[in-house]
Design a protein. Structure first.
Length: 345
């Protein structure tokens, strides 16, 4: 057995992408007998123990958008960790979820967000050795970030999320999606529908829309105004309508156990994620801030602006004086939305 573990460790090291470190994880946590696979992580620059460590969160939707939103100018300022997760691999756990056709209920067990959260924890433990890290995520990966927070609030130092895609919470607040968000979701899935990456994508889209669907025993349909996300979720929706399986949600009450600093950025022109949901989320944290920008979903126009990047740096470095100066600059440049009553719409 010891020889097999040594052989497996050598195999991981030899087959890892260049400059990436491999971690062995089960296909399904709690079901180790079902088999194991690999995820990978890398540092943007050589690790420096004197710097803060930032884990850039990604998921299937972020992977297909091609942009995790991390500001490139800050790669030298922190220990920036990026991950090639199970959702970015063409055959992760394929022996479990593909028989004659795709078994979507089994694919859900392999690729659901609870598995991704546990993978993130494995990466955090590998890079931080028991210490806390800061988290950064946008849109769908911003939602995954908050799932991690709910499970591991004591292992996070600070949190930055840009327009987290909290559609289930939004739906429970009685707020509907305004229009199809396809313009903010680049698509590159045309050639590989049955590859593992696209199976993971369908599962992720299903998770976002599960709480919006009315399960009345009729034929499954995409929730209104969900566009491409709705289309991608349909194979899983249809399977769930035929054979329901357990779906895991977020326990928002658990994020109250997080005692670090958090900031949520939202775009007032966002047609997908409503800024009022982000405000509720920010208020739920012990030390949470909320900023509303004159921008759309994910802040596509401003998140690479030098002033915004300065704000990210000041937040991570806990430079209160610089945060105040940067905030004034954001106002002067018209980037902050001057709304008297943020609950008007």
């Amino acid at each position: 057995m010891k020889f097999l573990m040594i052989f497996w460790s050598l195999s991981l090291a030899l087959n890892a992408p260049q400059d990436y470190h491999a971690i062995e994880v089960p296909f399904v946590y709690g079901k180790q007998k079902w088999g194991w696979g690999r995820i990978y992580y890398t540092y943007e620059t050589p690790y420096d123990p004197k710097k803060n460590t930032v884990l850039v969160v990604s998921d299937a939707l972020t992977f297909y958008s091609g942009d995790d939103a991390w500001p490139e100018p800050l790669r030298l300022k922190f220990n920036v960790v990026k991950v090639i997760g199970r959702e970015q691999q063409p055959s992760f756990g394929e022996a479990l979820w593909r028989k004659d056709k795709i078994d979507w209920s089994m694919a859900y067990q392999v690729f659901n967000s609870d598995q991704l959260v546990k993978d993130l924890e494995a990466v955090r433990e590998a890079v931080a050795k028991g210490s806390k890290v800061s988290l950064f995520g946008v849109s769908s990966s911003g939602e995954l970030l908050h799932r991690y927070m709910a499970q591991y609030p004591k292992r996070v130092y600070g949190v930055i999320s840009i327009d987290p895609l909290l559609l289930e919470l939004q739906h429970s607040m009685g707020i509907t999606i305004k229009k199809s968000p396809d313009e903010s979701l680049p698509i590159n899935t045309e050639d590989h529908y049955e590859r593992g990456e696209n199976v993971a994508l369908a599962i992720r889209c299903f998770e976002h829309l599960y709480g919006l669907q009315e399960w009345d025993g009729k034929k499954a349909r995409p929730p209104k105004n969900t566009g491409w996300i709705g289309e991608q979720s349909m194979p899983v929706m249809e399977e769930y309508a035929r054979r329901p399986f357990q779906v895991k949600g977020i326990h928002y009450d658990q994020v109250a156990g997080f005692e670090g600093k958090s900031v949520v950025f939202s775009g007032v022109a966002d047609s997908l994620a409503d800024q009022r949901v982000d405000q509720v989320l920010a208020a739920h944290y012990h030390d949470g801030d909320f900023f509303l920008f004159n921008d759309g979903h994910g802040l596509p126009h401003y998140r690479n602006h030098p002033v915004f990047i300065r704000f990210i740096q000041a937040f991570l470095e806990e430079d209160i004086a610089d945060k105040q100066h940067v905030y004034q600059d954001l106002w002067k440049k018209g980037m902050i939305y001057p709304k008297g009553d943020p609950w008007e719409f």
